[in-house]
Structure formats: structure tokens, C-alpha cells
Design a protein around this ligand. Structure first.
Ligand code: ADP
Length: 402
């Protein structure tokens, strides 16, 4: 029977999971799914890689389903599908690893205590990541649990990319540009060695564009700079987040408009970005399908900020060998990619329109000095690999296979 790894990504109202078989042939995805709508009407959705989609509403029971109820639903389904017999490790996506976690780490009481101290850095996610870990420990008490941090990849970035222009003591206490989407960037950096080895050791900007969006400058596979900061609010505009904003605007909202900290935080976190600007939707597909001028302007601003960030990150890298698009929008929206790259000949980018329209892997012409690529990300797969490695199972399983 093959050994399996479970990955969990617990957010404020959802728990996403995936399950991989691991053996001498590497990783094989068996299923993935999620429970959404926690705290209200929760829906379970899952699909075996080779099967039909399963969907049902969670029984509200004693009250609205919480993370524990989500974990129970996931376990029950895994049981019914006979996918839970041999779980050798559980990998967790954790938003914030603070200053000190530069690698994934095995979960123990000390690690959980450290995560609790990091809640102020990631109030929207960290408490739920902790709840997810606790629920998984309860479900698999003897199985190694591994925390994989979305910030860890960026810890390699230099001081100038990490610091804010505040008195030094703030940097020392942890006010830093941590950056996020690190598991996605790590996966892409590794994947480039296979799909584009000629640039994998060079200067690459990766644009992870989804509901949350950021860009990262990577030099020789290591993080050099990124657009998100101490929290995932900075950088390009997103589905509902404003992205970069003059702090003076926040003072204006509070002092002149009399808004509370919570109101300002909710405004720039949940009601801004594509949703706020368009007044229509946070969903790129809906905006692309709309003929409203406000939808077009929202997309225009999104793309404009991406173009500026590509230029800025290229400067941080002293030039550019490749741009990689990933995430739901990056992988699937030819319009966003075309608008981001048109007019970038000054950076050596020559778009191949037909290849871009077809979502091909390489979307620049053969003579383009700087290559643009579309690469599908797989954060769950990265978590599964980390879980096996940190749990010390990689060597064990390899030798068993010999
Ligand atoms: P998350 O950050 O929640 O993981 P995703 O990476 O799944 O999000 O990205 C979701 C975004 O991708 C949504 O804005 C969605 O509209 C967009 N998207 C998905 N498919 C397409 C498509 N074919 N064309 C344009 N946008 C798309």
C-alpha cells in the first residue's frame, strides 16, 4: 500500500486539502478538495484526480460548522474513499513564519507557542492556521505534522529589500517586508529548472496573480525582492485588497472621515481592489466579461500596477531574463498577460500573441531577449514535499523502495 501525505490550508472561512501518494516514483496527486463557508453554511467539495466531483452541504449540527467540523468532514470523506489508511505526514500551509522560520519545521508544542506570538503579524490567517494544525493533531495524533511558511522563501532577500525606512529598532523587533506566496514561488523556481533550464539560474520575475496577487524577483532560484510587505496588503491591487497605498490616505480616512481602525482595515482588505474599483466583482472572469467602463478601469489599474512592479523588480535584479505568470489569473487570462507585456520591448520582451491566446508555456517570440512563460503553480505539492522531507521520511522511503 502506498504511503500518503495530507496537505491542509486552513483560512478564515475555508479548509483546503490535497492528498498525495508518495513512493519511489515520487509524488502522485490522488485527490483535492475544500470545505468553504465555515461559520455559515459550509459546503464540502472534493474530487479524486480521476473521479467525479463530490459536493454536499455540511450538517449544521449544534451550530455553524467550524474548523473542527471541516476536519471531520474531510476525514470522513478520505475514509470513505479509503485514502486515510496510511497517512505518513501532514503538511500545513502557515501564512506567517516571522523573522526566524526560514524553512518548514516539524510541529511541536514550542512551535505552536511561537505561532501564537506571530498572530499580530497575520491576524486574518494565523489563528486559523493554528486551528487547522490543532484539528489535524487531534485527527492524526501519531503522525508528524509539518508547518510550511508562506514567508520562508523570502527570508533569503537582502536587507535593503527587507527593511522599511523606520528607525532601526522597528526592523529589529520584526517590522519587515516578509512577503507571501513563498510556497508558490519556491515551486515555480524549482519547476523552471525542468521547463526552462536556460533561465532557471538567471534573473526572473514571477507574477503570482490570483485572488491575492504578488510578484517576486528571483535570482538564481533565491528570493531577491517582493511586492508584499509585513502583511499581504501591499503591492499590486487584488480581488478585494487595495495593494500599495500612501499611508497618508489611511490617516485621512481616520482623522477626517472619522473611520475606526477596523473600518479602515476592512475597507482596504475586503472592499477595495478589483471589487472596490469596479463596483461589480472581485472575480477577473466577471470583469473580463463585463462591458462596464468601471470593470475596464479596474483591470487597467491592476495591469498598470503589475507593469510598474515588473519594471521595479527588474531594476532590483539589474536586468531580466524571464517573466513567469502563475496563479488563477496568471495561468488563465491572456488579456491580463498581453496588457502587462505589450510595450515592454524596452525590457527585451516580444509577446507572441497566438501563443499567449492559447495559454502556451512560452508566450514570447523565439528572438525575444527576455522570455515570458506561463507555469501552473502547485503549492500543495510543495507542502507535501516539505512534509516528507522534514518528517525525515524521504530517505527512509527511498531505501525501502530499493
Ligand atoms: P486564490 O488566490 O484564491 O488561490 P486563484 O489563484 O484560484 O485564487 O485565482 C482566482 C482568480 O483567477 C479569480 O479572479 C478568477 O476570476 C481568475 N481566473 C480563473 N480562471 C480565469 C480565466 N479563464 N480568465 C480570467 N481569469 C480567471
Amino acid at each position: 500500500m502506498s504511503q500518503v501525505v495530507l496537505t491542509l490550508n486552513a483560512g478564515s472561512s475555508s479548509v483546503k486539502f490535497a492528498i498525495f501518494a508518495y513512493g519511489s516514483g515520487g509524488f502522485d496527486e490522488l485527490a483535492r478538495g475544500q470545505v468553504e463557508g465555515l461559520g455559515a453554511q459550509a459546503t464540502f467539495t472534493a474530487k479524486r484526480t480521476s473521479g467525479a466531483k463530490v459536493q454536499f452541504t455540511l450538517d449544521p449540527g449544534q451550530g455553524a460548522p467550524d474548523h473542527r467540523a471541516a476536519m471531520k468532514a474531510i476525514l470522513r470523506w478520505l475514509g470513505e474513499e479509503k485514502l486515510d489508511d496510511n497517512v505518513v505526514a501532514v503538511g500545513h500551509r502557515v501564512l506567517h513564519g516571522g523573522r526566524d522560520f526560514t524553512q518548514p519545521a516539524r510541529v511541536d508544542a514550542a512551535l505552536l507557542a511561537t505561532l501564537r506570538t506571530l498572530i499580530p503579524l497575520g491576524e486574518l490567517h494565523e489563528p486559523f492556521n493554528i486551528l487547522g494544525i490543532e484539528a489535524a493533531i487531534e485527527a492524526f495524533p501519531k503522525t508528524p505534522q509539518v508547518a510550511c511558511f508562506d514567508t520562508a522563501f523570502h527570508r533569503a532577500q537582502p536587507f535593503v529589500a527587507d527593511v522599511y525606512g523606520l528607525p532601526r529598532s522597528y526592523y529589529d523587533e520584526g517590522v519587515r517586508r516578509y512577503g507571501f506566496h513563498g510556497l508558490s514561488y519556491e515551486y515555480i523556481a524549482r519547476r523552471l529548472k525542468m521547463v526552462a533550464p536556460e533561465i532557471a539560474g538567471g534573473r526572473v520575475v514571477v507574477a503570482h496573480l490570483g485572488n491575492g496577487s504578488s510578484l517576486c524577483a528571483i535570482r538564481n532560484g533565491r528570493a531577491a525582492a517582493t511586492t508584499m510587505g509585513m502583511t499581504p496588503l501591499d503591492g499590486v491591487p487584488m480581488g478585494t485588497r487595495s495593494g500599495q497605498i500612501d499611508p497618508g490616505v489611511l490617516f485621512y480616512l481616520m482623522k477626517v472621515k472619522g473611520m475606526s481602525v477596523t473600518e479602515v482595515s476592512d475597507l482596504i482588505t475586503y472592499n477595495s481592489g478589483l471589487k472596490g474599483l469596479s463596483g461589480i466583482s472581485q472575480d477577473m472572469r466577471a470583469l473580463e466579461a463585463s462591458d462596464s467602463p468601471a470593470a475596464k478601469e479596474a483591470i487597467d489599474y491592476f495591469v498598470y500596477r503589475i507593469r510598474r512592479e515588473i519594471g521595479s523588480l527588474a531594476a532590483a535584479l539589474d536586468g531580466l531574463d524571464a517573466i513567469v505568470f502563475t496563479g488563477g489569473i496568471g495561468e488563465n487570462s491572456p488579456r491580463t498577460r498581453a496588457e502587462a507585456l505589450t510595450g515592454m520591448e524596452w525590457l527585451g520582451v516580444h509577446l507572441d500573441k497566438a501563443a499567449n491566446a492559447a495559454n502556451a508555456q512560452r508566450i514570447t517570440t523565439a528572438d525575444s531577449k527576455t522570455m515570458a512563460l506561463v507555469v501552473k503553480t502547485n503549492e500543495e505539492r510543495m507542502i507535501a514535499e516539505h512534509a516528507i522531507n522534514v518528517a525525515g521520511l524521504a530517505a527512509q522511503l527511498e531505501s525501502a523502495a530499493r
